[in-house]
Design a protein around this ligand. Sequence first.
Ligand code: ADP
Ligand code: MG
Length: 724
Amino acid sequence: MSANPGRAAAISSILNRQPKQVSATQPLNKIWASDVFNLATMEEALSKNAFKAMKNTFQTGAPLDPATADVVAAAMKEWAMAKGAKFFSHIFYPMTNATAEKHDGFIITSPEGAAITEFTGSLLIKGEPDGSSFPNGSLRMTNAARGYTAWDPTSPAYIMHTANGATLMIPSVFMSWTGEALDKKIPLLRSNAAMNKAGQRVLALMGETDIAPLNSSCGAEQEYFLVDAALANARPDLVLAGRSLFGAKPPKGQEFDDHYFGAIPARVQNYMQDLEDKLYKLGIPAKTHHNEVAPGQFEIAPYFESANIAADHQQLLMTLLKSTAKEHGFMCLLHEKPFKGVNGSGKHVNWSVGNSTQGNLLDPGSTPNENLNFLLFCGAVIRGVHLFGPMLRAVIASASNDHRLGANEAPPAILSVYLGDQLEKLFMDIKSGKLEASAKGGYMDLGLSQILTFERDPGDRNRTSPFAFTGNRFEFRAVGSSASVHGPLVAMNTMLADSLNWVADTLEGALASSASKTEAVISVLKELMELHGNVIFGGDGYSAEWHKAAVEERGLKNLPTTADSLPELCDEAVVSLFSKAGVFTPVELKSRYDVYSEQYILSIEVEAKLVIEMAKTLIYPAAISYLSELSKTGAALKDMGVSLGNGPAAKVAAEADAMLAAVAKLEAALEMHDFASTDDHMNFLAYEVRKLMDEVRDHADTLEGEVADEYWPLPKYRELLFIK
Ligand code: ADP
Ligand code: MG
């Protein structure tokens, strides 16, 4: 019996691997956005009038007339074909974390048999991918499953280069014929509109006269793992589930913290440079990259952009992280917890709102009036998180993120707000009435930009908070690394819209009865803090005391799993929040619950089946082969009068048996199909099936430490994490 060739072959193939040659980097101004049909390209390609119309649409979302659409389509086609594109595709974001595309050729044939090309305004504006197999909850009957895509002219088209050639990609929304949103982009655009409307109300009440449309911004920090492809492909769990379902802790893990911000390995540097050149060509402003805490873990963070474009770019980034990794002989893991006992990956969604006239409204600014606007918007966020924390928890819920939230490295599953010492004190002073008194004196300079400069020092930030103010934005730190940012952005924009409307209503009354604007603002904030100040927490979010106090004293919810949190989407207050804001109709929201709960159930079932298969067909046979070797050797030694003893053999035999017994229990659990509700089914998976999966794993991981190395079929943690 020989060692498993999969693992051995994988390891030897790495030793011979040649790094992918990356062409010398080109100057940024040569490659920046060179594959993007952006305003600058359009200005050159379009007539003055067409460009003016297009620019207006791009900046405000105003509809484009059909004649201009024809002109834009023709120019887009010329531009794309000159870059080698023969196909175009509407690209859209169904209710998965994936991106979907259907490619069509520009080509049509003439009656004479010649090939000509065609791309009209109507082809640009509307596509019919059918797409009956995209998840849609209860929104479409499959017999009438047609949905269509419509061009989003506020996000620029671009060229995607693959081994298969160049394709013109057209960012699009995806909806049913009856107008329901089947995707993640429509709700994002709607949530932005709702936030804009409410924000304008507040700013108008604050006496602002020139108010440009408000937009939300997003800068997402993306963590990921790179594992050598040969090793990863020898692990069915990494291939199918994106995480290791087995694997004993290596003697060396991340305890030295020697990887964090350490020198980046050469092969990885090659990869990053290649990736970043691709991103730059697509106009994605990749700004920082570094090693993360765990061995084999890295981070990339593009500079922030308007939320709609940032969300499109974030999807593209995830696609390119993976495809570029393949070219470099890596597998890129975006899973939230690929390795047990090693830090997982998140995606910090930095979010702010603002416009071109008042600037970033989550930045304290430098004048007293800017300070007041800031306090109102910041207060509105506090109120939103307090009222809708469980909903925020629900939108980041997934089978994979459950492994991270609540563990001792990631933000807890309790939503609280971190403000920093000085801002927290200010809000507490407002609550206690300390500032009310000084406001009554008339003019009050809060000097916030001064005091908050200190807070912007990253060293001072609370890393244990799921939702932290970081000087001029909020950072939603509990989002999963594999998630799209759409859901969190929709949730934040919508809760803010609701809160800004409350602020406007309350401010209207306060202005009528107060001597000054400052006094009115402080009284609104005082009321807000009395109702919602409980959500502010600056301490250690990982501690057991907080978990207890949050629930018992603050009345916040601790929702550790997806099974606990997804039902929050069906809560009456949440349904009303989204329908009042015009973001989701109740039917659309219910469809999200249906789709996400189904995805949760399917992912755990797939993993459980894989646990069973790997335990039975890879791990058990390895243990038995080793046992048989031990018994042969034992017999031979006995003939020579030497006793091997049966310590190791007995342990292997016992663990292998125990593992099979646990597998049998897991198999039986998967046979259960009688659930009163989807919620019950999710609960069963979260709390029973997952436990049994862990039980199988525990025995297998013990076996890994007992069975001779050459018999072990799966690349081990020490190999997956450390060989680059
Ligand atoms: P850190 O790791 O300290 O949180 P990074 O620089 O890695 O900081 O990432 C911060 C992210 O926040 C970047 O994507 C950055 O562009 C983004 N960001 C900065 N200012 C804003 C803002 N006003 N609104 C939204 N995102 C922002
Ligand atoms: Mg950050």
